[in-house]
Design a binder for this molecule. Structure first.
Ligand code: FE
Ligand code: FE
Length: 167
């Protein structure tokens, strides 16, 4: 189903479609993080990715809960945006030899992922509220808060240490 599919007629349809997009994205991220954990050198970065992998597994479950609350099937739709971000992350990190530079590249890629998730959750929360689903919005907001906290930790790690060591 393409983004401008005729199947999307109402804001509710759009909400469900976008929920299916982030559902697919979260599952792809669960699949991609182990490789990033393996490649990371700085112990804080490795630990941070490990923590976020566990959180991401929780994000999948929370999204499933929102499908259930909203009374729709938990289905995925292809999300070429997250596929592209993850593909690029894999390509760039495959080309970096220096361990410290590799950590800087991994952080940049991970932040692109977090920002994608943040934009999706921001939109979903606004639409859920507009649709009178404060309950769904508050579950989605739990995911958003963890993405934001992860993004901030990555910035702190890059600016306090990793970028300097990469330079
Ligand atoms: Fe997530
Ligand atoms: Fe995330």
């Amino acid at each position: 189903m393409g983004f401008f599919s005729k199947d999307i007629k109402t804001l509710d349809d759009l909400f469900v479609h976008t929920l299916r997009d982030i559902y697919y994205a979260e599952k792809q991220i669960v699949g991609a993080l182990p490789k990033m954990i393996e490649k990371a050198t700085a112990p804080e970065l490795k630990a941070g990715f490990e923590k976020h992998l566990r959180e991401t597994e929780g994000h999948v479950q929370r999204v499933e809960k929102v499908f259930d609350m909203h009374g729709v099937e938990a289905e995925e739709v292809d999300c070429p945006a997250i596929d592209g971000i993850l593909e690029e992350a894999d390509e760039v990190s495959g080309e970096v030899e220096d361990k410290n530079v590799l950590d800087a590249a991994l952080i940049a890629s991970a932040q692109a992922v977090e920002h994608y998730e943040m934009t999706r959750y921001g939109t979903l929360i606004a639409w859920a509220k507009q649709l009178g689903r404060e309950d769904c919005a508050s579950v989605l907001a739990q995911n958003l808060r963890e993405e934001e906290a992860t993004d901030k930790k990555l910035t702190d790690l890059a600016e306090s240490r990793v970028n300097r060591e990469a330079a």
